[in-house]
Design a binder for this molecule. Structure first.
Ligand code: FE
Ligand code: FE
Length: 290
């Protein structure tokens, strides 16, 4: 597979959706409702690409699509590389965004990891911060933005109105399918998220890479960090089991570092590299199959 096919838009920058998540959930905010009005300011032209991004995502992320993508990427037949190499590889993703204000991909990874490390968290937690977004390398293989980033949600059952821009699900064929549009759809109450297919994106892809190497809380953080409808809005509790509820405490703890470490000063990549290479070596083999 050829490397570095540009990822089709509509976002100017892959981070534009994350900037938007921050607008929805500002640090110290009292939840999304207070900001909902501002968020839904459809007359603001800056919001149009984000809105279009979610339209594309919500209309095309069907159960069949997510299953097909997972089958394809779970073959891990694209590339052999170590995790630090993957960080540098992801960093070659050049967006149209302003380089003065937007941090590179590797800086976001290092800032997240450094914030976790500064809080004295376990080493696997720090490593999770470093690698959680590496699944975004799918953009370098030509995957459209809407199949790489954005809020994730279960497919195969009713789409919650707690998901951002829920109105766009009206155009998703699954929402017209009687089997896939009931509260539980193809799942059972309390079946546990491991049974549930999530919309396809960098979370699920990276979970497939990390699953044999990190402890369970780390795998939950990686797999569900963009599942805002659940970890911020409390939706989809009916699909969870007690294990999921327990583990989502970790997902919430992680989300704080993911969202709110961004304003800190730029980390010095070259100085930090030896520490992180050693940390990677503690949990992962020299190279892994992507
Ligand atoms: Fe992410
Ligand atoms: Fe992130």
């Amino acid at each position: 597979m050829a490397d570095k096919k540009p990822s089709p838009g509509p976002l100017d920058s892959l981070d534009a959706w994350e900037d938007d998540v921050l607008r929805r959930y500002p640090e110290g905010g009292e939840g999304s409702n207070k900001f909902d009005k501002e968020f839904r300011d459809y007359d603001n032209p800056a919001r149009d690409t984000v809105r279009e991004f979610y339209r594309l995502n919500h209309t095309q992320q069907t159960l069949e699509f997510a299953q097909a993508k997972k089958r394809g990427f779970d073959k891990h037949d694209r590339k052999e590389m170590g995790l630090w190499e993957a960080c540098e590889y992801l960093n070659t993703l050049i967006d149209d965004s302003d380089p003065d204000t937007d941090l590179s991909q590797i800086q976001h990874l290092l800032q997240t990891a450094e914030a976790i490390r500064a809080d004295g968290r376990p080493r696997w937690f720090v490593l999770t911060g470093l690698i959680h977004d590496l699944g975004k390398i799918m953009c370098l293989w030509g995957e459209p933005q809407w199949a790489v980033v954005g809020d994730t949600f279960p497919v195969g059952c009713k789409f919650s109105d707690k998901i951002v821009y829920p109105e766009f699900f009206d155009e998703n064929p699954d929402s017209k399918d009687p089997e896939l549009s009931t509260e539980c759809g193809i799942y059972e109450v309390g079946c546990g998220l491991d049974e549930v297919t999530m919309s396809w994106g960098h979370d699920e892809y990276m979970h497939g890479i990390a699953k044999d190497h990190l402890p369970e809380p780390a795998l939950y953080m990686i797999r569900y960090h963009s599942f805002y409808a659940a970890h911020r809005e409390g939706a989809y509790d009916h699909l969870m089991n007690d294990r999921d509820r327990e583990m989502f405490k970790w997902v919430k703890a992680f989300n704080h570092y993911d969202l709110y470490s961004k304003a800190d000063s730029a980390p010095k990549i070259r100085e930090l590299k030896p520490y992180y290479q050693e940390l990677i070596g503690e949990f992962f083999p020299e190279t892994v199959a992507w």
